[in-house]
Ligand binder design. Sequence first.
Ligand SMILES: Nc1ncnc2c1ncn2[C@@H]1O[C@H](COP(=O)(O)OP(=O)(O)OP(=O)(O)O)[C@@H](O)[C@H]1O
Length: 235
Amino acid sequence: MTTDPPLKELALHDITVRFGGLTALDTVSLRVAPGRIVGVIGPNGAGKTTLFNVISGFVPPTSGSLTLDGKPWRPRPHHLNRLGISRTLQGVGQFAGMTVLENVMVGARHRHAESEALAALERCGVTRFAHEYPGALQYAIRKRVELARALVAKPRILMLDEPAGGLDADEIRWLGTLITEIGTTVLLVEHHMDLVMSVCDEILVLDFGKPIALGTPSEISANPKVTEAYLGAAA
Ligand SMILES: Nc1ncnc2c1ncn2[C@@H]1O[C@H](COP(=O)(O)OP(=O)(O)OP(=O)(O)O)[C@@H](O)[C@H]1O
């Protein structure tokens, strides 16, 4: 059992990330309140993954700061699980030599977490694959296993990096239901607009690293700056 205190707030304050001459994030601020589903969208190269990498501790900000529950916070990848933060990766990054169940147990916060792993597999509707190896499974099943791996630790914050990528309409519908029913704080980077618009409470839009809009799905879809950013990218 995890006994995390409930999340109060995750906040980014004026985060800038530069890679040499390229500004991947440009003074981005965001407050994530408990239980909210917050989407991060933007055209290719807008900085969405970099934002996730900052929160995960893989990329240190060039300037700006983060706070977790009101306290200054310097994220480190190997501390995330302990703090109740889980992240799925784009695509599926499972260990080929381990069964599905063993892969999900890797995400747990303590040893002997088989019953929790089975519960996470059940939640994701893939219990019947528990003793198979990921390489033998369809992509959509492996995506569900990746979700189970992130859920097994009962995270306070679940970071989903393009969870709908490569999935068909039925799978995306299932995913949308899971995200809204899971009852935890979710950060969602996603290109699939229908999913983003249907599940998110609020959405941050990035364009060339700059935050160009933050609002509810209806505010975002009515914002001309957002349309312009996407049309500009498509042109
Ligand atoms: N480690 C790095 N070194 C140099 N440049 C990087 C690095 N990581 C990202 N970038 C650059 O930073 C910018 C933002 O990249 P990022 O991957 O965060 O965008 P994204 O919005 O996630 O894009 P996509 O939707 O294509 O995944 C891009 O121009 C990218 O090439």
